[in-house]
Design a protein around this ligand. Structure first.
Ligand code: PMP
Length: 400
């Protein structure tokens, strides 16, 4: 077995300890630095933003906007104003779908997604299709369960107005060649939205180099708090986008006759925002950047290789996804339901995800009701892989 190096950062994560936590694709454990930042933000630093005339509120406003600037730097945005704080990737995709696509698309237009998308990147587009009369096309997968960009190039048409793809699949870990996807989308004038939920914690990001038009991510997958995420959009697209929610903070001027909206990003942040979530996200980005995404990616790639090598030697295990998957290995133990696999592994102190991973169409395509999924974070090491493999060997003994 290739022995992955440890990053020796496990001690930073009070939620991990000696637990073999292999469900980071669902949500990442939090380092003490993030937990401390949250405690400070709810404690001695706590105040509202954007409204207070007193010192602490002004400081919190500065912290809130500093987090936006940090996000912009982290993802390579041209300006912090292109970064909208949302609840998570789901809300980000819905905002683009309902705020932009639903106003731009009309009957005869088409939406392009892929066969491996998360329900968050399927259902909002179905809603838009229903509202506008647009149709949805689905890019097929390669034999190793990545998005088939040759097939995409062959099927794209001028009627396609928006293409929405996972940057990294939450089921197969396949990494999209985003720049090529952008080139194909732009060849017909379509916009490209990337669902970066699984990519943001695993790959160094530069939205301008990727040449996409919208990018979404969730803070809780990036070692930050739940309830906070980011929608990045090109300035001119955000300018053209309608808010989904009206209320405080998103307005320019309100009268009973007419209301004008604030410019982006405020236009899309109605109400008191998730102040502490934003501060926690800032701390998470600082933490991840200090470790270095290239190191994290290399570390997780080694864990994936070790896992695939070891599980591949067990006859009844069928692996899904490409060998160069980013941090995620989906598999089935033939003849055993993934829920039973997950339950037995739990008895061994190994936490994996068993289910459809919010990708039911992909399960249909793989012809399985569910898969078992081991997903890695920067705190995992070779011991976690060994525990997983021991657990799977026990599963095969129990089920004969
Ligand atoms: N897209 C992908 C690829 C995901 O993995 C997830 C979370 N499992 C989502 C979207 C939705 O993210 P959230 O629930 O944080 O909004």
């Amino acid at each position: 077995m290739t022995a992955p190096q440890t990053l020796a950062l496990r001690g930073d994560f009070p939620g991990v300890g000696d637990w073999h936590y292999l469900d980071t694709a669902a949500t990442a454990q939090k380092p003490g630095q993030v937990i401390d930042a949250i405690a400070r933000a709810y404690g001695p630093d706590y105040a509202t933003v954007h409204r207070g005339v007193y010192r602490r509120s002004a400081d919190m406003t500065i912290a809130y906007e500093a987090a936006r600037a940090r996000v912009a730097r982290f993802i390579g945005a041209a300006s912090p104003d292109e970064c909208v704080f949302v609840r998570g990737a789901t809300e980000g995709i819905n905002l683009v779908a309902h705020g932009w696509a639903a106003n731009v698309l009309k009957s005869g237009d088409r939406i392009l997604i892929s066969a491996l998308e998360h329900h968050s990147n399927i259902v909002p587009w179905q809603m838009v299709a229903e509202r506008t009369g647009a149709a949805i096309d689905v890019v097929p997968l390669t034999p190793d369960h990545a998005i088939d960009l040759d097939a995409m190039a062959a099927m794209i048409r001028p009627e396609h107005r928006i293409v929405a793809l996972a940057h990294v699949s939450n089921v197969t870990g396949a990494v999209l060649d985003a720049a090529r996807a952008a080139e194909i989308a732009h060849s017909v004038g379509a916009k490209l939205l990337l669902d970066g939920c699984q990519a943001a914690p695993r790959l160094a990001l530069d939205v301008r180099a990727l040449d996409c038009d919208f990018y979404v991510l969730s803070g809780h997958k990036l070692y930050g708090p739940t309830g906070i995420g980011v929608l990045w959009g090109r300035a001119e697209l955000l300018d053209a986008m309608q808010p989904m929610q009206g209320g405080g903070a998103m307005i320019d001027k309100v009268t009973f006759q007419r209301t004008t909206y604030a410019p982006p990003p405020g236009r899309f942040e109605a109400g008191t925002p998730h102040i502490v979530g934003v501060v926690g996200l800032h701390a998470a980005i600082d933490y991840v950047d200090d470790v270095g995404l290239d190191r994290i990616h290399a570390h997780e790639a080694a864990l994936v290789t070790a896992t695939r090598e070891a599980l591949g030697q067990i006859n009844s295990v069928r692996l899904f996804g490409p060998a160069d998957a980013a941090g995620i290995v989906s598999f089935e133990v033939q003849g055993v339901h993934p829920h039973d696999v997950g339950t037995i592994l739990d008895e061994e102190g190994v936490a994996i995800r068993a289910g459809h991973h919010c990708a039911q169409p992909l399960m249909d395509l793989l012809n399985v009701p569910a898969t078992a999924r081991a997903s890695f974070g920067l705190y995992n090491d070779a011991d976690d892989v060994a525990a997983l493999v021991r657990g799977i060997e026990r599963v095969t003994r129990i089920f004969g």
